[in-house]
Design a protein around this ligand. Structure first.
Ligand code: NAD
Ligand code: IPM
Ligand code: MN
Length: 364
């Protein structure tokens, strides 16, 4: 059986980190006797430039056929003044929506070897292990109406935060199920003191909680959560949030892990006949400030490959092996520029990828 993986390197550092991740993917295929076919397509600004569309039909069709999709990042300031639908980022938003990938998992763990270089005190961040469960196909990202207008000579622009009960129900179930396999606490984040959509969110999450008596539920307002996340991060187990709040809180949580260059993500739909198609991508963006220099940290992309083996390819053993190789590299002191203090030496993207491959070999 051949697994078809579509790779969408995208823009900025996307191609640099995806080259590293594909090397790891292929190594795992070879060493575990799996037939993996990697098909690469343009997406984001690269596709916009070439085809006038951030996600051309043939790319979407290839993604529909694939068992899993590996994405670098999309975004390019040359298209900043384009209307929202003609921006590189639209490639991702359309893929998530068209493929029904409503669950976004963003695991955040601290690494023992990075505790001393963290801007946070070691005593606060050691042993942090949080699973962010972000709703990915609803809320203000997709709500209608949206637009920009002139009303009686006044410019205005608007977006709509709207959640339907079934959207909240299904993502809440994901959070409770995961918490049941972890430390049995769901922290649901909302702004129910101000927003109706958040009030419905809270109500539906409470209804779903009744189905999971073994899991504790707490609610937290998002402003408070952004503070608790860095003042007592060990408190959290599964953090359940809307599309927008999850986006923001996950970048904040990246600092706990050591760098945004370390955080992977998995975007999943409903399981169908045991197969779970997924889209895997680093949490970070195109990092225009370092793009093209070979300096980007490839570990977020490589860890996203681990999530692909875990959730779409049914190979928990390989997922663990990749996670262990990444941990080994960090323990051995290998660092890209985002992980060192100013003035210290750092290795580039390709050198870090080579160290991961070495660690995988040694782990044989
Ligand atoms: P960003 O995540 O690209 O960069 C933020 C900071 O983190 C920068 O200083 C960058 O150098 C650093 N950084 C990010 N990834 C890194 C890595 N792997 N190694 C080392 N350092 C890394 O966020 P931004 O600057 O706000 O966004 C840039 C562009 O990327 C925008 O166009 C945005 O829309 C897009 N974006 C795309 C995605 C995605 O495709 N999933 C996610 C976020 C942002
Ligand atoms: C992310 C990104 C995307 C989002 C953008 C690029 C559309 O920031 O995946 O975190 O906001 O979801
Ligand atoms: Mn983001």
């Amino acid at each position: 059986m051949t697994h078809v993986i579509v790779a969408l390197p995208g823009d900025g550092i996307g191609p640099e980190v995806i080259a590293a991740a594909v090397e790891v993917l292929k190594w795992c295929g070879r060493h575990h006797g799996l037939e993996l076919e990697v098909r690469t397509f343009p997406a984001g600004g690269t596709a916009l430039e070439r085809y006038g569309d951030p996600l051309p039909d043939f790319v979407l069709a290839a993604c529909r056929e694939a068992d899993a999709i590996l994405v670098g990042a999309a975004g390019d300031s040359r298209f900043d003044s384009n209307p929202a639908r003609m921006r590189p980022e639209q490639a991702l938003l359309r893929l998530r929506k068209e493929l029904g990938l409503y669950t976004n998992l963003r695991p955040v763990k601290t690494h023992p070897s990075l505790l001393d270089t963290s801007p946070f005190k070691k005593s606060i961040i050691e042993n942090v292990d949080i699973m962010i469960v972000r709703e990915l196909t609803g809320g203000i990202y997709f709500g209608e109406p949206r637009g920009t207008e002139r009303r009686s000579g006044v410019r205005c622009a608007y977006n709509m935060e709207i959640y339907h009960d079934y959207e909240i129900e299904r993502i809440a179930r994901v959070a409770f199920q995961l918490a049941g396999e972890r430390s049995r606490l769901v922290t649901s984040v909302d702004k129910s003191n101000v927003m109706e959509s958040s009030l419905l969110w809270r109500t539906v999450v409470e209804e779903v909680a009744l189905e999971y008596p073994g899991v504790e539920l707490e609610h937290m307002l998002v402003d408070n959560c952004s503070m608790q996340l860095i003042s007592r991060p060990r408190h959290f187990d599964v953090l359940l949030s809307t599309n927008l709040f999850g986006d923001i809180l996950s970048d904040e949580a990246a600092v706990l892990a050591g760098s945004i260059g370390l955080l992977p993500s998995a975007s999943l739909g409903a399981p169908a006949e045991g197969v779970r198609k997924g889209l895997y991508e680093p949490v970070h963006g195109t990092a225009p400030d370092i793009a093209g220099r070979g300096q980007a940290n490839p570990l977020a992309a490589i860890s996203s490959v681990a999530l692909m083996f875990r959730y779409s390819l049914g190979r928990e053993d390989i997922a663990r092996r990749i996670d262990a190789a990444v941990e080994t590299c960090l323990l051995q002191g290998h660092r890209t520029a985002d992980l060192v203090s100013a003035g210290e030496g750092a290795m580039g993207t390709r050198a870090m990828a080579a160290r991961v491959l070495e660690a995988l070999e040694v782990g044989l």
